[in-house]
Design a protein around this ligand. Structure first.
Ligand SMILES: Nc1ncnc2c1ncn2[C@@H]1O[C@@H]2COP(=O)(O)O[C@H]2[C@H]1O
Ligand SMILES: [Zn+2]
Length: 877
């Protein structure tokens, strides 16, 4: 057997440090004047005001927040719960934390992107508001829940654990095939906490916080569904969930996050449907990767043999309904009743669609001449016809899994070494040099054969290959060989010595490489063996040290350091900030390593400059009377503390100088820009002449149209109409849009110039530009990037662009009117132009701009207004 010149493990693992970054939001608009704003402040506020409603639409928030729904929602919630005040957190660091998390999501994933994180976090927030839960939770638990929810899929590569194991991805090796993704998500979350400096501010609580986040994120491993469900059922049966006990609270939060993670089927149909399409898009994309790699295609990822409706019916039936039934049994609330009803109604719609598809298929089959099916083809055909089964979603654990389940990062046992699963199909005997390696030479059945322990390999290869009579009959009943084989340990972990294909060190020529086939090298490329050793030692070292959260593991330690310029975008002032304040000497070598790449100092986002005071608005405090909150917390609400704080932040802002406008620019151009500061979101080529006087000293509509770039996507109008209808509000939507609470002009942040939204290198406005969506089905658009200058949306698959035709001008006019509202009376048009309003005076939106008073924990305000939770039917009822 010759050696195959395959790309071996020197590939870069492009995860958080080097993925394509979100770009500035620029929407598609085929009009002479660019009239789109990054952020629609009033709309953002309006959505945030209703973010406790189950009808929440994360896609809409993503659109109106200019692709920043994640930090906008999270900072808002942190403030709303009073966590900033309670833990004396610097809002700048908190903003940075959520920005890092947002950046850590792959915007190219159709489903596992930052909008999913926003959605899950909002669902978690709704659950935290449930009376049964709310009254027991401590601030630390609330904070852990929010961070756990928002980071629960951080740096998700858009393929599942099975794919990572099959392609011997270094993460699978690092985490020994156990909750591979979930382990990675929580380690990445810890990295963000450290890098943002929030961990430093939380040092008294850090161990506990990290532990809670870990428990929460690891619980989202869908492979552990049955384990949690059984335990949950038993608790409810025995009535043993006394939430005064911390361990019970932790367990309920785990269940809550699991529910939040798969709550999309319980959302109103239009939202739920959209999520269904997105998740299937991602499944099918993985199926394409598998096919390209010549791997057996995972059944639910095989677009040729299944359908979206089939997947949904299976998922609703086998995964969501069992969990939500128990969740409802536990909560017995209006919300849980509503969720179950919506789930059932959505499920009926998918079942209907599935029936229609089947009827169509039958008709086609009847009208076509039936081709003869050979014996060999039979199983494939049958399996493709079979409906989705439980094990397509949740592989059954091996018998010993529940009791002997290995903790993440546990040292492998001899037994586990003995049962290592090969990462190639056991029947696949393709010589290393063969060009067939990269071709789908296997008969395209859905049988997975790659995950066998050595013993099983032998047994099966000696038997009637590839399908035993038993499995054949299972296949015809919708179950597959893989279901059987999974009992050999799909969850059994592995570190590997036995496998000829395992270690990149011993076998640099990998039998299969995804690296050169996949458009996103982040999915499949491998770390070098040295890197793996290093990573493992860092992680194991960290675990061993504290048998808990690591003190000094930063993202830079886990992966190569971020390129410095990537951070600059978010910065305007520079402060010295140690990434590892504890200075744990045991990890010094890693730090030394890193320091070579790391910039000596960290910077803080422009918001410190934009609004020095908004980190602690006086009206948004956690209620002192909350009993649970007084536990183990040293709240300082005295004036001295506040003053000190203010001073500290003002200092930060002073040091920032005039950099505040430049976070959206290519840092290489910063210097030039300093002398010619940008002036907001108008296209740079737009002549900024002073308009003729108009009535009331403002702009005429056409002038404003020429000057503003903002507009609102048409579908937002529909959204607000339907949102209000859903919530039993009869006011027409146009009225709502006109009545959006205007930004209060006396707010501090209006004193600051807005941050621009037009990329500085935008070509002159006379040209027509090509705008592209960031993602498309199967990410193809993003793969075939041309050299042309393209403006990409920052958001990933949020609701779409607006063309500015027809109704858009109407909407625009209203927004122009709003623009006038925002003016200060004495302000000249030039001053208006000079003021920059876009790019998120971030928490300003979420915090400073809040029209409503908060609903702190312990306050039953939201529950009183129960209609806010639900859609129209509930309200009417
Ligand atoms: N509507 C859906 N249809 C099918 N699978 C889903 C759906 N929603 C979520 N999932 C799956 O459930 C998993 C829950 O954990 P993840 O978010 O990691 O990945 C999710 C998807 O794989
Ligand atoms: Zn998820």
């Amino acid at each position: 057997m010759g050696t195959l010149p395959l790309p071996h493990s020197s590939g870069k693992f492009l995860t958080m440090h080097k993925r394509r970054r979100k770009r500035l939001t620029t929407r598609n608009l085929f009009q002479d004047h660019a009239i789109l704003d990054d952020i629609h402040h009033g709309l953002v506020q309006r959505i945030l005001d209703r973010c406790s409603a189950w009808a929440f639409n994360a896609f809409t928030l993503e659109t109106v927040a200019g692709g920043r729904s994640l930090p906008v929602l999270c900072v808002h919630l942190f403030h709303w719960y009073g966590l900033l005040e309670h833990f004396q957190l610097d809002v700048v660091r908190v903003w940075k934390l959520f920005t890092l998390i947002e950046e850590g999501y792959h915007s190219t994933n159709p489903y596992h992107n930052s909008i999913h994180a926003t959605d899950v976090t909002q669902a978690m927030h709704c659950f935290l508001q449930e009376e049964k839960i709310r009254r027991h939770m401590t601030p630390l638990e609330i904070m852990a829940s929010l961070i756990g929810a928002v980071a629960h899929d951080l740096d998700h590569p858009g393929v599942n654990q099975h794919f990572l194991i099959t392609t011997s991805n270094h993460l699978a090796i690092l985490y020994q095939n156990m909750s591979v993704l979930e382990n990675h998500h929580w380690r990445s979350a810890v990295g963000c906490l450290l890098e943002s400096g929030v961990a430093e501010q939380l040092s008294p609580y850090r161990n506990e916080l990290e532990q809670q986040i870990r428990d929460l994120i690891l619980a989202t491993d869908i492979n552990r569904q049955q384990e949690f469900l059984n335990k949950f059922r038993k608790h409810i049966d025995d009535n043993t969930l006394d939430l005064r006990l911390p361990e019970n609270r932790q367990f309920i939060l785990q269940i809550a996050l699991k529910c939040a993670d798969i709550s999309n089927p319980t959302r109103p149909w239009d939202i739920s449907h959209k999520w269904s399409l997105k998740v299937c898009d991602e499944f099918f994309r993985q199926g394409e990767f598998e096919r390209e790699l010549g791997l057996p295609v995972t059944s639910i990822c095989d677009q040729q043999s299944t359908s979206i409706a089939k997947i949904q019916v299976g998922f609703f039936r086998f995964v969501v309904t069992p969990l939500f039934s128990e969740w409802h049994r536990f909560l017995r609330s209006t919300l849980s009743t509503h969720m179950i009803e919506t789930l059932n109604s959505n499920r009926r719609r998918w079942e209907e669609q599935e029936r229609a598809e089947q009827a169509e298929e039958t008709q086609t089959e009847l009208s076509d001449a039936e081709p003869e099916i050979s014996e060999d083809e039979e199983p494939t055909k049958r399996s493709s016809e079979a409906s989705t089964s439980l094990h397509d979603f949740i592989p059954p654990p091996p018998p010993s899994t529940i009791t002997a389940r290995r903790q993440s990062l546990a040292v492998p046992t001899l037994e586990s070494l003995g049962v290592r699963r090969h990462s190639v199909p056991v029947h696949m005997e393709i010589p290393p040099g063969s060009p067939q390696r990269h071709q789908p030479v296997l008969p395209r059945t859905i049988y997975r054969r790659e995950s066998l322990p050595a013993s099983a390999t032998i047994r099966i290869s000696q038997g009637r290959s590839p399908v035993s009579p038993q499995t054949e009959s299972r296949a015809s009943s919708g179950l597959r060989e893989e279901d059987e084989l999974l009992h050999y340990g799909s969850q059994s972990s592995v570190v590997s010595s036995g496998s000829p294909y395992h270690s990149s060190e011993e076998h640099p020529d990998r039998p299969l490489s995804a690296e050169n086939l996949l458009p996103e090298p982040s999915i499949a490329s491998m770390s070098s063996s040295a890197a793996i050793r290093h990573l493992t030692s860092v992680l194991h070292g960290a675990t061993d040290r504290a048998s808990g959260p690591s003190k000094c593991l930063t993202r830079q330690q886990t992966f190569p350091p971020p390129q410095p310029f990537m951070r600059v975008r978010y910065m305007s002032a520079t402060v010295e900030m140690s990434t590892c304040p504890e200075g744990d000497t045991s990890s010094q070598s890693s730090h030394e390593n890193l320091s070579q790449h790391q910039p000596a100092s960290y910077t803080i986002p422009a918001i410190a400059v934009l609004s020095p005071n908004n980190s602690r608005p006086p009206d948004l405090l956690l209620p002192g009377e909350s009993k649970s909150f007084s536990n183990n917390n040293k709240r300082e609400t005295d004036i001295t503390g506040s003053e000190k704080d203010k001073e500290k932040r003002v200092k930060l802002s002073e040091s920032s100088g005039s950099f505040c406008e430049k976070e959206n620019m290519d840092p290489r151009k910063l210097q030039t820009a300093q002398s010619t500061p940008r002036r907001g979101s108008a296209p740079v080529s737009l002549p900024l002449s002073k308009p003729e006087s108009s009535a009331g000293g403002g702009f005429s509509a056409s002038e404003v149209q020429a000057l503003r770039r903002g507009s609102v996507p048409i579908e937002l109008v529909h959204h607000f109409r339907s949102f209000d209808e859903d919530n039993g509000n009869e006011q027409p939507s146009s009225g709502h849009i006109r009545n959006i609470t205007p930004v209060e002009t006396n707010r501090t942040f209006w004193l600051y110039q807005r941050r621009g939204s037009a990329p500085v290198d935008l070509p002159p406005s006379g040209n027509r530009y090509e705008f592209t969506r960031h993602t498309s089905l199967n990410g193809k658009a993003s793969r075939g990037r041309s050299n042309k200058k393209q403006l990409r949306r920052r958001s990933s698959g949020g609701p779409e662009t607006v063309t500015g035709e027809g109704g858009a001008s109407d909407v625009l006019a209203r927004f122009c009117a709003q623009a006038q509202l925002h003016r200060r009376p004495s302000e000249s048009p030039d001053a208006l132009l000079a003021r920059r309003r876009g790019s998120l005076p971030l928490e300003v939106l979420a915090v400073g701009h809040s029209g409503n008073r908060p609903h702190p924990i312990g306050n039953s305000c939201l529950l009183k207004n129960g209609g806010e939770y639900f859609g129209a039917e509930m309200c009417k009822a």
